[in-house]
Design a protein around this ligand. Sequence first.
Ligand SMILES: [Zn+2]
Length: 185
Amino acid sequence: MLGGPSDVVAEGAGGSSTPPRDADRTAVYEAEDLVHRLMDRSLDRPSLQVAGSTLTLPGERKFASLESVQRYVDAVLALPRVRAEYSEPSAAGVTVRRRRGNTQAHYEFGTATLALPTGLGTAGWAMRELVVLHELAHHLAGDAVARHGTLFRRTLLDLIDAALGPEVRLLLYVTYVDVGIDPVL
Ligand SMILES: [Zn+2]
């Protein structure tokens, strides 16, 4: 098992307020869990048949420390393509910190903070490029009511294309369709 899903936490959220409508969340997690498993499998078998094409998947970065995640986040946000397509919502960029527990990664909108479980063994499931890009997509897509809606998905596909390449983007795109949600392009 890869551990739990990623999640977002809005500043001031919780309590008895009505939860935001995020109808596609479960399907997005399902699609991404499948892509995570395929990327793990690709370490041994990098070629994969997807939608009639043979994709050769690139290696996905795994992170050994929060400092390396922070460097990666800074580098992705500094990519010319990302800077051209997205306005940085936070003047100070994104801060990476450790999160207690091992079941969820999350992004905090109010503080532009990406929190990752970093523990040993299976608790380290979140220290991988695709999980970090998921949380970064929340940062760039903004605090929409539908947190995992079309804007989020388009942003994540863009980030994956820029950071990991078009093969992984196509893999996630097809997987979104396969679980019944429109990637929206
Ligand atoms: Zn999320």
